[in-house]
Write a protein that binds this ligand. Structure first.
Ligand SMILES: Cc1cc2nc3c(=O)[nH]c(=O)nc-3n(C[C@H](O)[C@H](O)[C@H](O)COP(=O)(O)OP(=O)(O)OC[C@H]3O[C@@H](n4cnc5c(N)ncnc54)[C@H](O)[C@@H]3O)c2cc1C
Length: 316
């Protein structure tokens, strides 16, 4: 396939201003530090470059966008087709105007939160503790401390698989708990939120509260993907996992965190296979002990290496 991608892009290669590489290892990009290579990796210079690239890429080449890799388990066999990753240079602007703030999708949540605090704009302190970028926050409806991405969202600008620009209203994003119903092939390039002035000291206190809570409750210095499973209706995933006796459980070099048992951690030499097998083992044990089918919050992407396929709930 990569020969086909090269051949299709050959006539426009000189026009593209971003960087296009083949076979690049994705593990260093992902928080878990696991995962195989991308067949092709495109980092567009800006929105026009991304649109041009997508418009010439044959429609049957799969495209996957990744952000800061804090909610991803990239499988060891890597990703077929093209992986798109937005850079701060082309997609990192923050513009505050007329009661609205527009932020580029590559902007880290934490940086956006700090910028809003400096401008005494309230409502974005929760982003101070989320290690992803705005694009990932829009796809996941990222949230914490009682606030979510959708709360102040006005609209989102996106590029479709065919290179066309789309504008989505907050309603079009179809946000529910850690989910967006927006078409899966859209690449979000920026978001516009309501920007409301708040009390300087209250915003600072909220920012501190968010970081202190994380330090206390989460293994934030580990190689992890954050909360592994969504909280089921009326229950907490970590309690079900604890009840199933999975706190501290180890497979290969992957472990269920002792500190917060809805977090999986790579102790150093784990493979994506170790982590996914551990996750499915946890799901199978929770199903046995509580009759609850946990859903993955972490997005699992890519191919297993042949012979290492894993069945959901280990086939139970
Ligand atoms: C220590 C730790 C703590 C965490 N705490 C929280 C928390 O409190 N609350 C919370 O909600 N999450 C939390 N997370 C999970 C994660 O940070 C969020 O889901 C975050 O929003 C993911 O953003 P990302 O840029 O890393 O996206 P990635 O992990 O790279 O991707 C996640 C998904 O978003 C899609 N995506 C990324 N960029 C774009 C784009 N530009 N356009 C379209 N789709 C895109 C990807 O295709 C993928 O489906 C935590 C993770 C860690 C490691």
């Amino acid at each position: 396939m990569s020969d086909r991608i090269r051949a299709a892009l050959e006539p426009v290669a000189a026009e593209l201003r971003g960087s296009l590489t083949y076979g690049q290892d994705l593990a260093p990009i992902a928080w878990f530090r696991v995962g195989g290579p991308a067949e092709a990796l495109f980092q567009p210079a800006d929105e026009a470059d991304l649109a041009r690239f997508l418009s010439v890429l044959p429609a049957d080449v799969p495209v996957t966008v990744i952000g800061l890799g804090s909610n991803l388990l990239i499988r060891d066999g890597g990703l077929d087709g093209v992986v798109v990753r937005l850079s701060m240079r082309g997609f990192g602007a923050v513009t505050l105007e007329d009661g609205l703030v527009t932020v580029g999708a590559a902007t880290p949540d934490k940086r956006f939160s700090e910028e809003m605090a400096r401008a005494d704009i309230e409502g974005f302190a929760f982003y101070n503790g989320i290690p992803g970028g705005i694009g990932g926050a829009l796809r996941m409806n990222a949230g914490a401390n009682g606030a979510e991405t959708r709360d102040r969202l006005v609209s989102v600008r996106a590029i479709g698989r065919d290179g066309q620009v789309h504008t989505l209203s907050a309603e079009d994003m179809g946000h529910t708990y850690r989910h967006s119903a927006a078409p899966a092939d859209l690449i979000f390039v920026s978001a516009t939120y309501r920007a409301e002035p708040g009390d300087h000291d209250a915003i600072r206190a909220a920012m501190r509260e968010v970081t202190e809570h994380r330090e206390r409750a989460q293994p934030i210095r580990e190689k992890t993907g954050g909360s592994t499973f969504k909280n089921p209706e009326g229950a907490r995933a970590w309690e079900l996992i604890d009840h199933a006796g999975c706190r501290g459980l180890v497979i290969g070099d992957a472990q269920v965190s002792e500190k917060h048992c809805n977090f999986l951690i790579n102790r150093g030499a784990a493979s994506a296979h170790d982590l996914e097998l551990l996750g499915e083992t946890v799901r199978a044990r929770v199903l046995e002990t509580s009759q609850v089918r946990l859903s993955w919050e972490i997005k699992r992407l890519g191919r297993w290496t042949p012979g290492t396929e894993i069945t959901e709930f280990l086939g139970r």
